[in-house]
Design a protein around this ligand. Structure first.
Ligand code: PRT
Ligand code: ZN
Length: 285
């Protein structure tokens, strides 16, 4: 049977998380230290370890069928590949930053400036959309030092904590693009390969859902059960089991991370006791 080929970053910020999500999906393989590729032991998958910048081209050409890549690289490279899933890691933003003392109130202040970046395509689109006439100076690394050495008036670079900007006397003036790692695929894959992608995506979604949800167990007085059940929707409806102590029940359910604390407060207000919250590893609905 044909194996699916996935391209992931060989080393760098996306490498470990890319390996982690494949492992969480139950796929085992040796990682890419000193290796170009590795075959999974228990899933029809071959993993290619590449520089992130090359992944969109490899996927477009069909050398890899799918890949894990930051949206920033994907949009910048502008290749003919499609996004299958956002993966929830590698989050960052592409921002314009200016020297701390420089005034900046709106995008129009960029008119006439020289902006250093490794993202000329995304920055160019942004400037065009905002009718700004600025000079783009493309450099491939250490963009943050450009204003300090007189190479540019401003920069456009990736930011996560902001400490690189701070250490170089710069301040984030405008976010132009928000990015995270995504799973992408080429076009015209065989039915066999599409089927393997579907299996992989099904597993990735089960892991993602589990992370967004918690399993909750609590004790409730029987006379409050109706209210408590209303607070806890569960996957179908909560499980209710009698406790050994007369007049009490144990209630089990699943709650979403987003409204977690509100639900807990509500449960307590309605007489729930001994509330236990445990992580879920996989969630298949
Ligand atoms: O060798 P290869 O070409 O594969 O790797 P690379 O050096 O080009 O990329 P790498 O490993 O640095 O980043 C890979 C991907 O991680 C990026 O394309 C983004 O999608 C994502 N990512 C998330 C980041 C950051 N956060 C990030 N903070 N990529 C880079 N940075 C850099 C940024 O360029 C700046 O220099 O970190 C610095 C800023 O960080 P803070 O925390 O100081 O703001
Ligand atoms: Zn790179």
């Amino acid at each position: 049977m044909n194996k699916l080929r996935i391209a992931i970053q060989k080393s760098g910020r996306l490498h470990e998380d890319s390996i982690r999500i494949l492992r969480e999906a139950g796929i085992e393989f040796n990682n890419g230290i000193n290796k170009l590729k590795s075959e999974a032991f228990n899933f029809p998958l071959e993993v290619l370890f590449l520089r992130d910048d090359d992944i969109p081209q490899y996927v477009e050409d069909g050398v890899a069928d799918i890949g894990i890549i930051g949206q920033n690289v994907l949009i910048e490279k502008n290749k003919n590949v499609q996004t299958i899933n956002a993966l929830g890691f590698g989050k960052c933003r592409l921002s314009i930053a200016v020297p701390k003392a420089k005034e900046f109130t709106s995008a129009a202040d960029l008119n006439g400036l020289k902006i250093a970046t490794s993202y000329p395509h995304i920055l160019g689109n942004y400037l065009k959309e905002n009718n700004i006439s600025a000079e783009i100076h493309e450099i491939s690394g250490s963009v943050e030092i450009a204003p300090g050495i007189g190479l540019a008036d401003a920069i456009c670079d990736l930011v996560s904590s902001g400490s690189t900007l701070f250490m170089n006397g710069l301040r984030e003036a405008q976010v132009i693009f928000k990015s995270e790692a995504v799973l992408v695929s080429g076009h015209n894959l065989s039915a066999d390969k599409q089927e393997i992608i579907n299996r992989l995506v099904f597993r990735l979604n089960a892991v993602k859902k589990a992370k967004n949800n918690k399993y909750i167990l609590l004790n409730a007085p029987n006379n409050k059960l109706d209210e408590i059940i209303k607070i806890l929707p569960g996957m179908k409806s909560p499980t209710v089991l009698p406790l050994a102590e007369e007049g009490w029940s144990s209630v089990h359910s699943v709650v979403n991370e987003n409204d977690f604390w509100e639900i807990i407060e509500n449960l307590k207000a309605n007489g729930a006791q001994g509330i236990l919250v445990v992580p879920i590893e996989k969630m298949i609905l």
